[in-house]
Design a protein around this ligand. Sequence first.
Ligand code: ADP
Ligand code: MG
Length: 514
Amino acid sequence: MLIDNAVTGFRQRNTRQDTEKGKTSDIIKPENKQKPSVINWASLRENKAKHDAMKWAGLPPIEKNFYRESSRTASMSQEEVELWRKENNNIMCDDLKEGEKRCIPNPVCRFEDVFDDYPDIMANIRKVGFQKPTPIQSQAWPIILQGMDLIGIAQTGTGKTLAYLMPGFIHLTSQPLSRDQREGPGMLVLAPTRELALQVEAECLKYTFEGIKSVCIYGGGNRRGQIDVITKGVDVVIATPGRLNDLQMNNFINLRSITYLVLDEADRMLDMGFEPQIMKILIDVRPDRQTVMTSATWPDGVRRLAKSYLKNPMIVYVGTLDLTAVNTVEQRVIVITEEEKKAFMQDFIGSLNPKDKVIVFVGKKMRADDLASDFGLQGIPVQSLHGDREQCDREQALDDFKTGKVRILVATDLASRGLDVHDITYVFNFDFPRNIEEYVHRVGRTGRAGRTGKAVTLVTKDDWRVASELIEILERANQVVPTELIAMAERYKQFQIRKEFAKDIRRPQRKPPK
Ligand code: ADP
Ligand code: MG
């Protein structure tokens, strides 16, 4: 339709130009007016359908429903269900299927309610000592285990990984086709960055059972080694879209056997421009698979992705869809000049106690190197994490920080999402991030898994555009809002008004002092 419109528009424009030039154009001759559409869409569609039927012919059916509701879950009253959802960060669910809606299953309040038939899973959960499902898990498990597609929207650090991994393991080990007969992996997790992919792999290794084998495929890692593992046969592939697409194009991986697909941190994957690679990868994944998508936010791009790649999904939101920085984080904002920043940070670092662990966020790679070398000169052990470092150095940096070998990590936003280091006590925003979403994600690096954390954020007059959004977040989380920040937001508002006004009277305007 879009192409047809474009072609018609083009013809009309040409016609107008030709007529203006005093020429008579072929296009406006009456006999040419009724030209049939240039493209025969009906035949194209028919061919595509035929091609699809051929492409996917002969695949074994997929078993998707493994859910047996426990008597306890089934006996919950409507009030109990609503109360549970409300008390668990305000869980909201919706069926996005068009037409008649399906019944939204009751949440599971205990691990036993959902994994009683899977003693290996229960044993793993007991081993790590988790008390109860996180909100997203409690509502996502009964939906995914019934075989439905799911969109899970929840802040980082809320247990989304296990929300899709556990049902994925059950799905994998319960297919009619045995693992040896499958000729390729059964589950694929796409994740935005190497660090996140490695982290999903780590969770996978920790909770896996029945000898499920997984491999992590990411750019910068050893390509030959990754290919060797795939060709030897794996069950779960966790990959960044770029590298997977590379292996797919070179026929190193068969994606036809995948029956359970996860698009993890979809918003981040879009931000990083991975949509074309995702599209190419999914051409080779069977359309009747089960798909789970997770995201921390729910912007238009993610909605579009969901519409294209999920079938009749249910959606589970945890918390409001608006940006709410993690409630367990105490947030301090300091309005400061660019020149004062380093001295402020020195004082801050000097005031820490030995148990503290800090992630210092900066805007640019150069700045990360600059601060890291400053610390180095003072004999303070730090690590840094940014895109220009070699992969092995990045892994080492993360490992040193996780194990506590260093207690300060200087990072760009590459590290701001999804990275799971439990015991970060402070997030220090040396530079304000490029947008307010990123602020929320950075702050979410502390206060994880129910702990409390603190965030210190330096704001200069150059950040005035975000002042009002930042105020909103601080207010909603009952934090102190500095008066300078309010003044800054007000100045920006005035500036905008004047700009609009100047535009109206079409007069060049001068920038006011910030
Ligand atoms: P997300 O993907 O939502 O950002 P993760 O899946 O990385 O969050 O989980 C964050 C941390 O919480 C992980 O260390 C994970 O092991 C832990 N976790 C997961 N489920 C639970 C649970 N039910 N109870 C306590 N901690 C959990
Ligand atoms: Mg995650």
